[in-house]
Design a protein around this ligand. Structure first.
Ligand SMILES: *[C@@H]1O[C@H](CO)[C@@H](O)[C@H](O)[C@H]1NC(C)=O
Ligand SMILES: *[C@@H]1O[C@H](CO)[C@@H](O)[C@H](O)[C@H]1NC(C)=O
Ligand SMILES: CC(=O)N[C@H]1CO[C@H](CO)[C@@H](O)[C@@H]1O
Length: 469
């Protein structure tokens, strides 16, 4: 408060200072006022590049989100060079926090050709620089659904390295301790290894600040036991960092009832989980919208605000009954949690999972790659054939392109809707096609074929071990 007052007096503040900030302590999020914070959010990506640059649009959406009972948005891609003051203040005025992905179409970590390079690091920094000063930024993601198979586990150290470096960057710059985490695809084969890996180890500077899951397991009228949530809870009950649903809202069958919210915010899970972000705000081809800006148009239609067959600007209209169903669920669900002062975290980091061929191909707590180590982007071998170009994603097909032959359909989760599980990832998958040409080099510069992924994974481990000696 003193700090914001000082900035205000000096005329340095360009944004609203009206909301309590959010921080992580132990396995929970807290407001700076001391109350536990539970996320009630909507995925918000109206345009490919940045939905937080159109103030008037944000004002319209924030006002309706407030009536929904939301306190958070999740934004997958932003343009760090745009002016976000208007949008961030519109959401702040509505009591809404932003969870922001640091990656973009051209910078995200690719599981089958994992890399954490200086150019990725610089790009992530620019996003953090652009957003850290808004009090209603709640957290940053270093990746979304990077891993979708057991073989992809070779990419996990790169995700963890990205988090390590972005946390260090945040702290070195003196930024607020905005939590840095990851948003995982709900893949039964990876559960709970990935979740444990990203939190494991005794050095908290190298672990994530939170873990989140894009889960579409609870469809229609189901229950805590039948949906599979009981296992999600079992896997998370001793977790030492906050965990939440970074996407949820299975849409088969129609209409959506959002009954899972009563488990997430109820006795079964609210002692462990920190809430949920519903996929997604805008209605588009994938049929997950909570609102619409007008009837759908031809896929090829052009016109003001029309992209890929949907109007993406204007006055949002609730999609009935989904919007009302969610709103009425949330209205009854307000766990009080614990106060920050009364909470003494007691959970310790999970053990780093051991190597299991095809399931988890990282041996325990390997040394993390340094920036640029082992892998870099090359420009001569293109294989990607991604088909989706929508930022907010609409097909699991695009994910297949990203994962070079691994079947995303079967890999995706215990849920019945694999397309849904990759909805967010589909957004980034398309960039594989547009960014073109990606190859891998080892640290001494030898080019390694992208068809040797499994062998390469072993090589990375070997090199990491060598690096320690
Ligand atoms: C913890 O990790 C950070 C980041 O890698 C490193 O700088 C620091 O030396 C580590 N601390 C210990 C005690 O190993
Ligand atoms: C984690 O969940 C899986 C199902 O996804 C289950 O088979 C496993 O037993 C759970 N592990 C723990 C430790 O509860
Ligand atoms: C929980 C909830 O609000 N359910 C409602 C969702 O919409 C259907 C169809 O209008 C209603 O029948 C449910 O009561």
């Amino acid at each position: 408060m003193l700090v914001s007052l000082a900035f205000g007096l000096l005329g340095l503040a360009t944004q609203a200072f009206t909301l309590a900030t959010i921080e992580a302590k132990g396995s929970k999020f807290f407001l700076s006022t001391g109350e536990q914070f539970y996320i009630k959010g909507a995925a918000y990506q109206l345009t490919d590049s940045d939905p937080l640059a159109d103030t008037q649009q944000c004002q319209l959406d924030a006002a309706l989100m407030k009536t929904l009972g939301a306190n958070s948005i999740r934004v997958y891609h932003v343009d760090p060079t745009a002016d976000h003051d208007g949008c961030m203040s519109a959401f702040s005025d509505a009591g809404i926090y932003a969870w922001i992905d640091l990656d973009t179409f051209s910078t995200y970590i690719i599981a089958t050709q994992p890399a954490w390079t200086q150019s990725q690091y610089s790009a992530y920094q620019k996003v953090m620089d652009a957003f850290h000063n808004y009090d209603n930024v709640a957290g940053f993601f270093v990746g979304n659904e990077v891993l979708t198979t057991g073989a992809n586990s070779i990419a996990a150290p790169y995700v963890k390295a990205a988090a390590r470096d972005m946390k260090a960057y945040r702290d070195n710059k003196g930024y607020r301790t905005i939590p840095v985490g990851y948003s995982a695809a709900d893949i039964a084969q990876l559960r709970p290894n990935l979740q444990n890996y990203l939190a494991c180890g005794t050095n908290s500077s190298e672990a994530l600040d939170f873990f989140s899951l894009n889960a579409y397991e609870w469809c229609g009228s189901s229950s805590y036991d039948v949906s599979g949530y009981v296992f999600l809870q079992q896997n998370a009950s001793d977790y030492n960092i906050p965990i939440f649903f970074s996407e949820t809202g299975c849409n088969t069958p129609d209409p959506r009832l959002f009954q899972d919210q009563s488990a997430i915010f109820g006795n079964e899970m609210s002692g462990t989980w920190s809430g949920a972000i519903i996929y997604e705000w805008i209605e588009e081809t994938n049929n997950y919208g909570l609102i619409s800006y007008g009837p759908s148009a031809a896929a090829t239609a052009t016109g003001t605000g029309v992209v890929a067959g949907y109007t993406r600007t204007g006055t949002p209209t609730p999609i009935s009954p989904d919007f009302e169903n969610l709103s009425s669920q949330w209205a009854t669900l307000s766990p009080s949690g614990v106060s920050m002062a009364a909470y003494s975290p007691s959970n310790t980091p999970p053990a780093c999972p051991s190597y299991t061929s095809g399931v988890w191909e990282i041996s325990g707590n390997v040394a993390l790659p340094t920036i640029g180590q082992a892998v870099s982007v090359h420009s001569s071998t293109a294989t990607a054939t991604g088909s989706s170009s929508r930022a907010s994603g609409s097909s699991s097909g695009a994910l297949v392109a990203q994962s070079t032959g691994s079947s995303s359909g079967t890999a995706t989760s215990a849920g019945s809707s694999s397309a849904a599980s990759s909805a967010g990832a589909a957004s980034s998958a398309s960039s594989t096609a547009s960014s073109g040409s990606i190859g891998i080099r080892n640290p001494v510069g030898n080019f390694i074929s992208q068809f040797t992924q499994h062998w390469y994974g072993k090589l990375v481990e070997g090199l990491l071990l060598v690096a320690i000696l």
